[in-house]
Design a protein around this ligand. Structure first.
Ligand code: EPU
Length: 316
């Protein structure tokens, strides 16, 4: 019996596509059809993906992206879904998640950490603490993966991920792999130009020799700050990038919008730049609330709020 025959493929409209792809990748790569995405995002809204692929290796990932290119199938890489809004109609294409062990490694070498794109930033911060490596404490509070964090140069507590990146392993959409230094990656506030067209496979992060108790204290202090200023209810993190004039959260607060609700979506009371899902929110509710905020910011303060949250999928 072939490996492909062992693989579980749910039958549905995208079943044929899944079957064709399954012939190109190893049996350890997981493929599922009509996979609900809401449970894979921290905001917990949105429809299903036609196909969800969890490659077992870089070779299988390369096969998957080449397949998507050949079949003209849209695809995107799903991280931990912490800064992501999936629309209610779901994603008509292939969602690739780097969740398998090959992509989730965190290996320490001196004061550097070799991290797979699927590793959680919190796990990286904890490993650095365990090894008495300082400089990575701020990662504790970012609820995403290394890959997602690189893609948007995620930050917290005055630090941003690229502050500690020595190099990034990338794959282009033909499957070619390269190691790039940050200087070659068009890095800006909450943006990495190169990763808009390339996939992050992992990164080498650099810290310095530190003292474990001090590292621990710093992480606890960051955690305390975060929990006292940000909501615990399901959200997608900060919705908008901070305009240069004023932090988005402060602006939304000053506009008196905290607590404003559309359906099950509500502007958090703890921090103006978060929308929380009170249960039963739809992506449509969240979008309507975001638009309302943007309109008020433009009309009353002349400011254009740019979304930080990535929005994917279709409305229906
Ligand atoms: N503020 C208010 N009212 C609010 C929210 C904030 O007056 O409702 C004020 C605060 O008092 C502070 C200023 O606005 O004086 C900035 O607020 P905060 O310190 O919370 O930082 P932020 O700029 O709103 C950034 C990141 C967060 C990160 C925090 C903590 C962005 C868009 N956001 O928030 O990142 O967790 O710093 O360091 O850069 C994310 O990117 O998803 C995210 C949550």
């Amino acid at each position: 019996m072939s490996h492909q025959a062992d693989r579980k493929i749910e039958t549905a409209v995208p079943g044929k596509t899944a079957e064709a792809l399954s012939k190109l990748v190893s049996a350890a790569t997981m493929i599922s059809c009509n996979e609900p995405l809401a449970k894979r995002t921290t905001l917990r809204v949105g429809g299903p993906a036609d196909l969800l692929v969890e490659p077992a290796s870089e070779a299988d990932l390369a096969q998957t992206v080449q397949f998507c290119q050949q079949q003209s199938l849209p695809f995107f890489i799903l991280g931990r879904g912490s800064n992501l809004l999936v629309l209610d109609g779901g994603f008509r294409g292939v969602v690739i998640a780097l969740t398998q062990p090959e992509f989730c490694r965190v290996e320490v070498d001196g004061h550097t950490l070799l991290c797979g794109a699927g590793a959680k930033l919190k796990v990286v911060a904890n490993e650095a603490r365990r090894q008495a490596i300082t400089g990575l404490e701020f990662l504790e509070g970012i609820p995403g993966s290394v890959g997602g964090g690189l893609r948007m140069n995620a930050g917290a507590m005055g630090g941003a991920l690229f502050d500690v990146v020595a190099s990034v392993r990338t794959m282009d959409h033909t499957g070619q792999v390269r190691e790039l230094p940050p200087s070659a990656m068009s890095v800006e506030y909450r943006r990495c130009g190169v990763l808009e067209k390339h996939i992050a496979l992992g990164a080498v992060l650099c810290g310095r020799a530190g003292e474990q108790t001090q590292i621990q204290n710093k992480m606890q202090e960051f955690s305390r700050k975060r929990w006292s200023s940000q909501p615990a209810a399901p959200s997608a993190g900060c919705l908008f990038k901070n305009p240069t004039e004023i932090p988005a959260g402060k602006l939304i607060d000053e506009l008196g919008l905290k607590g404003t609700r559309v359906g099950g979506a509500r502007v958090a009371l703890e921090h103006g730049n978060f929308i929380v899902n009170d249960g039963g929110a739809t992506a449509r509710d969240v979008c309507a609330l975001m638009q309302l905020i943007q309109q008020r910011a433009r009309a009353e303060r002349g400011l254009a709020l740019e979304t930080e949250v990535e929005i994917v999928g279709s409305d229906v």
